[in-house]
Design a protein around this ligand. Structure first.
Ligand SMILES: [Fe+2]
Ligand SMILES: [Fe+2]
Length: 490
């Protein structure tokens, strides 16, 4: 997914257009960006409106540039991507929303390909787009659009129907894409921070909003994605995981949508201060010396400072500063940094503390002797209870994760091994989540079926399968994150 963003030099050279010198990629994306604007305003204004005239004139200019560079102007939707002729278009975070929008609108209309003929004029193009952008309620939207184009004698735009296999949008795939985009974005931010460049918080906010939307659709899958642990880029991965967990937890605690986006943002930046911590200390195997520990413990302060210094500081919720500063303060106000007078910790900091702790101890690190499985982590957290965490928040977290959180690997009484993919929320079924069978009774790794452990065998009236115990996937050579990613690729 990430590699889609990268261009090889060769590709870049090959694809330069003669006239403007701009890469074809750029010309095509410029065109689609304008297309998107026209598409949106045509929904609001009549075709002869001044604004429409102005924008369609610009659209024609973009189209002419494309025509000058390539003999054909054809856009095609294929596997979650938009192609211009043979080239897959590479959208960046800044224009990702445009890409998403177009993909969805084309999919709704079952349009798989659009081809602009060389002699299409501005008026014909405007008419065609006005037909395209109308809201479609027909059972066969594609056929309806075709008929209308014909009635209007439009020949400059030819459509092709989307193949049936392309018409279903896989939520898993787009969630996984979002996950990696978030990591990419945070990496960009860290690099810009180092170079004192401007950071685009608008993009961050949009990303967190999308995470929120996906979470509403498919919480289990997103929680599954937090099993992805990249040891080389620990802080990036960890920050995205904590942000996801915090939004999910905040939702359980009854926060509003606006509050959840603020919380997600705050969680996303909670360890920003670690940019300042030397890598030798961050990745040191074994115990830190007293001095090293002191440097490490500066990161809350450094993070808060960095956030305050951002040019776009005003766009940031004030709670982000609190969270950066307070996420290592315990419920009994011990922890670090140490405040002489401190009576209260921000609610968001308390939420992030729980998620931060959980994600940290379930991740393998060079200095951590033991990696906790997800269930072990929860039980440790419950034991540390009242001094470390806010009891209400911890309780909600444990309830959300279930006894066997999504991503746990469990041995079943049938001898099979299963991966927990969703928790059954009903209290009496907490021990009976839904699992995917990944190892059969004979010990072979398989791409097995998805089963619900509440299922009863009708003959003997007993449960078909029951969890015997949770097992450590490492010991069985199983990589949990791979299963979630495979699901997304399917
Ligand atoms: Fe931290
Ligand atoms: Fe952290």
């Amino acid at each position: 997914m990430i590699e889609e963003k990268e261009k090889t030099e060769e590709e870049e050279k090959q694809a330069e257009s003669g006239e403007t010198g701009l890469p074809i990629q750029k010309l095509a994306i410029n065109f689609l960006t304008r297309f998107y604007i026209v598409f949106k305003i045509l929904k609001l204004y009549a075709e002869n409106n001044e604004l429409i005239e102005e924008q369609t004139t610009l659209l024609m200019e973009d189209l002419n540039r494309l025509k000058a560079a390539e003999p054909e102007v054809k856009f095609r939707i294929k596997q979650e991507s938009i192609f211009f002729n043979q080239q897959r278009l590479k959208f960046s975070l800044g224009n990702y929303h445009i890409f998403k929008f177009l993909l969805e609108e084309f999919r709704k209309r079952e349009i798989g390909q659009l081809e602009f003929s060389p002699d299409i004029g501005r008026q014909e193009l405007t008419r065609a787009l006005a037909i395209l952008c109308q809201k479609r309620t027909e059972a066969q939207p594609y056929e309806a659009i075709q008929a209308e184009l014909q009635d209007n004698q439009i020949t400059g735009l030819t459509l092709e129907k989307m193949q049936a296999s392309e018409r279903l949008l896989s939520p898993e795939k787009s969630s996984a894409r979002l996950y990696f985009l978030s990591i990419l974005h945070l990496r960009e931010i860290s690099e810009r921070q180092k170079d004192n460049e401007k950071i685009r918080l608008n993009t961050t906010r949009r990303l967190i909003q999308s995470i929120f939307n996906h979470l509403i659709d498919n919480e289990s899958f997103l929680l599954g994605l937090t099993n992805i642990k990249n040891h080389d880029e620990y802080t990036l991965n960890h920050s995205v995981n904590v942000s996801l967990l915090a939004i999910a937890l905040g939702r359980r605690l009854g926060l509003s949508r606006v509050e959840l986006v603020d919380l997600g943002l705050a969680a996303f930046f909670h360890d920003l201060g670690k940019i300042e911590t030397p890598l030798e200390i961050l990745n040191k195997p074994g115990q830190l010396t007293e001095e090293e520990r002191k440097i490490m413990e500066l990161h809350p302060h450094q993070g808060a400072e960095k956030l305050v210094q951002l040019k776009e500081f005003r766009r940031l919720p004030i709670s982000a500063i609190h969270v950066a500063m307070e996420h290592h303060i315990k419920e009994d106000l011990s922890g670090y940094p140490h405040f002489k007078i401190k009576q209260d910790v921000n609610l968001y900091s308390r939420i992030v503390k729980v998620c931060d702790f959980f994600d940290a101890i379930t991740t393998k690190r060079v200095y951590r002797k033991k990696v906790f499985t997800r269930a072990e982590a929860l039980s440790l957290m419950l034991e540390q209870g009242r001094t470390e965490f806010n009891p209400v928040i911890l309780k909600a977290f444990v309830q959300m994760m279930g006894i066997f959180p999504v991503g746990s690997v469990v041995l079943l009484n049938t001898g099979e091994i299963g991966l927990v993919t969703a928790v059954n929320q009903e209290l009496k079924f907490l021990l009976r989540p839904r699992v995917k069978i990944i190892v059969d009774a004979a010990g072979n790794k398989i791409d097995g079926e998805l089963v619900d452990l509440t299922e009863i065998d009708l003959e003997n009236r007993k449960y078909k399968r029951t969890i015997v115990k949770e097992i450590n996937p490492d010991e069985y050579g199983l990589n949990v994150a791979d299963y979630f990613l495979a699901e997304a690729e399917a």
